[in-house]
Design a protein around this ligand. Structure first.
Ligand SMILES: C[S@@+](CC[C@H](N)C(=O)[O-])C[C@H]1O[C@@H](n2cnc3c(N)ncnc32)[C@H](O)[C@@H]1O
Length: 591
């Protein structure tokens, strides 16, 4: 496979780092929540066993229902046993928008990428683009209002770089026009009003952003007085704040078929799914080739066997992060303290682990400022270098924040930071799955992939493969088999190994070389791609066969098998030729 085809598969914006795949974006709340039907139940009055709610969303499949629990409010529960890879729920988002940099590269209706053909730009706003007239016509119902709003916004923008409103403003705009067109007593408006709002308990830190969003949305839809908001069901400032609060708590990230974040979307039925840091399900956008449903299709897929009466749970945040960081994000953005087994249990967590100081093969919990006596869980050896480990973790965390901020602005500097920091963290004893080493390895791999685009060489390719493989090792300890993030990372490593080597060395010390060269490299690529494909078939839904990415892998696997076949038959031919040459020589009596 050529590097160009690897790059084409990654698409223009795919160098952006990601870990948590499809998940609701950050959210939180303001003011009081007087008539919110989904307010947290009173723990004193609620029974412990989740109760089936009377008002079930329409169109819910027979194997699901909505129940209310004391701890988590409403949630989705299984009424039938679900096996890993089951498509639990499949629907088009109620509203979706692309993030501003992606408006140029993806269709604003189906969210499909512009690959070989260019997208058609709307001649009105000259901002959104479509695959063809079919996508454009399907979107016109809402874009008609949006088109005027975008033009109005651009004409009054103080500079071109703020000529397009943020994705949150555009998504709220689409939500309001949908409510207005469908009617305030329609199911669309009703399902929106049933979403969880944290209006009564917003942290002060979010007041500013909510106020700004409220002003922007009023300007965007072109309202000049409060009465002009009534057709959208907003009769007071409180209603607007409530809408924004519901929106921020219940919005998902729209991703490509390989998990690159490309926008945001809402889906009231899927917003009923509660969070766990050790989830049994995921939300993905697999874009399977066989599907006839209009894209983008959002699917809730089970990662593990789910029993009858078990709650379906997804992760709202990056679950490769350690508990303290997860807890802070969940509290700030979603207003709850997670009590999942990973957060509340007393288990040794690979996200905060280091190698045994006696190298017995066991691991030790990472020391902290508060708890600095740490022992190997296997041989009980005590870690004596606590201060230097704490220093390395602190410096590593700072370097990670700095390198992340520089990733797009100054990738060379960011790369210097990750290149210098990774050996420091490794020699302090951190395991590949430990934070911040795992996040640093991911960023390093992303930066190397970006640099391959400008300076494609054997050395950089081999460095990239090493980083990709190390990242996979780290991920495999923290994410369950079949998790989409894990399978996409494995697919990426396999694809990198399958790239044609620009200048393979003539002689290598086989025992030391990683990655290998020639046929052994291709064999490793094949092994990884096959494993990635079987994992993709879980996280992206068994019936989808891994979605669009699974299909792409199948083609690469076939190509790799052909190439390996050519190598094998080449080797066989050489052996056969040597044998027959020897026989000829013997016959002629020349040996
Ligand atoms: C997207 S909504 C999920 C549906 C929500 N439970 C409802 O009643 O509509 C997200 C909100 O649900 C609650 N939630 C989700 N997961 C939770 C958990 N593991 N523990 C406690 N509350 C949770 C939090 O209030 C969070 O802000």
């Amino acid at each position: 496979m050529s590097f160009a085809s690897l790059r084409a598969a990654r698409q223009s914006k795919e160098s952006k780092s990601f870990v948590d795949g499809a998940r609701p974006i950050r959210g939180s709340t303001v003011l009081t929540n007087s008539q919110n039907e989904t307010a947290q139940p009173d723990p004193d009055k609620e029974p412990m066993t989740p109760e089936v709610v009377a008002d079930q969303p329409s169109g819910l499949p027979a194997w699901l229902d909505v129940r209310r629990s004391t701890a988590r409010g409403k949630g989705l529960y299984a009424k039938e046993t679900l096996t890993p890879g089951s498509i639990v729920l499949s629907l088009r988002p109620r509203v979706s928008v692309l993030s501003t940099p992606n408006l140029e590269f993806y269709c604003s209706y189906c969210a499909g990428p512009a690959l070989d053909t260019s997208l058609r730009r709307c001649t009105g706003c000259r901002i959104v683009r479509y695959c063809d007239s079919s996508c454009q016509n399907s979107d016109w119902y809402i874009h008609k209002s949006e088109c005027q709003a975008l033009q109005r916004w651009a004409s009054s923008a103080p500079s071109a770089d703020v000529g397009v409103p943020s994705d949150a403003v555009r998504c709220l705009g689409r939500t309001l026009w949908t409510m207005q067109k469908k009617g305030l007593d329609s199911y669309v408006t009703k399902e929106l009003s049933l979403l969880q709002s944290h209006r009564g308990s917003l942290p002060p830190s979010s007041h500013g952003s909510h106020t700004l969003l409220a002003h922007s949305i009023v300007r965007y839809i072109g309202a000049t007085s409060p009465s002009e908001l009534a057709p959208y069901g907003l009769v007071s400032a409180g209603d607007l704040v409530d809408l924004i609060s519901r929106f921020t708590t219940n919005t998902f990230t729209l991703t490509s078929c390989s998990l690159t974040p490309i926008g945001i979307c809402t889906s009231p039925p899927l917003a009923l799914v509660n969070h766990s840091c050790d989830p049994n399900s995921v939300v993905v956008f697999p874009r399977p080739s066989k599907s006839t449903a209009p894209e983008p299709v959002m699917q809730l897929v089970s990662l593990r066997p789910i029993n009858v009466d078990e709650e379906i749970l997804i992760a709202y945040i990056d679950t490769t992060l350690p508990r303290e960081l997860r807890r802070a994000t969940l509290e700030e953005s979603y207003n709850f303290v997670c009590k999942c087994t990973l957060c509340d249990g007393d288990i040794s967590d690979p996200r905060v682990s280091m190698r045994c100081p006696k190298a017995c093969g066991g691991t030790c919990p990472l020391p902290t400022e508060e708890e600095n006596l740490t022992r190997c869980v296997k041989c009980r050896a005590v870690v004596s270098s606590v201060d230097s480990v704490l220093d390395a973790v602190r410096v590593g965390q700072e370097a990670l924040s700095k390198a992340t901020a520089l990733q797009f602005r100054d990738p060379v500097k960011a790369s210097q930071l990750t290149t210098n920091m990774i050996p420091i963290l490794s020699s302090a004893g951190l395991t590949p799955s430990c934070h911040p080493l795992l996040a640093m390895t991911r960023l390093h791999k992303e930066l190397l992939i970006t640099s391959l685009g400008t300076s494609f060489s054997q050395d950089i390719l081999d460095d990239t493969i090493r980083a990709a493989v190390k990242y996979n090792i780290g991920l495999s300890n923290v994410l369950t088999y079949g998790h989409p993030v894990r399978s996409v990372a494995l697919a990426e490593a396999g694809k990198l190994l399958a790239v044609d080597e620009p200048s393979p060395p003539n002689a290598v010390n086989v025992a030391e070389a990683f990655p290998p060269h020639g046929p052994p490299r291709l064999r490793l690529a094949h092994e990884m791609l096959v494993q990635a494909r079987s994992e993709l078939a879980i996280g992206f839904g068994r019936a989808n066969e891994g979605g669009q990415l699974g299909l792409e892998l199948r083609e690469i696997i076939v190509r790799t098998e052909k190439e390996l076949g050519v190598w094998d038959s080449g080797v066989r031919n050489v052996v056969e030729d040597a044998k027959s040459a020897k026989a000829t020589q013997r016959r002629l009596g020349t040996t």
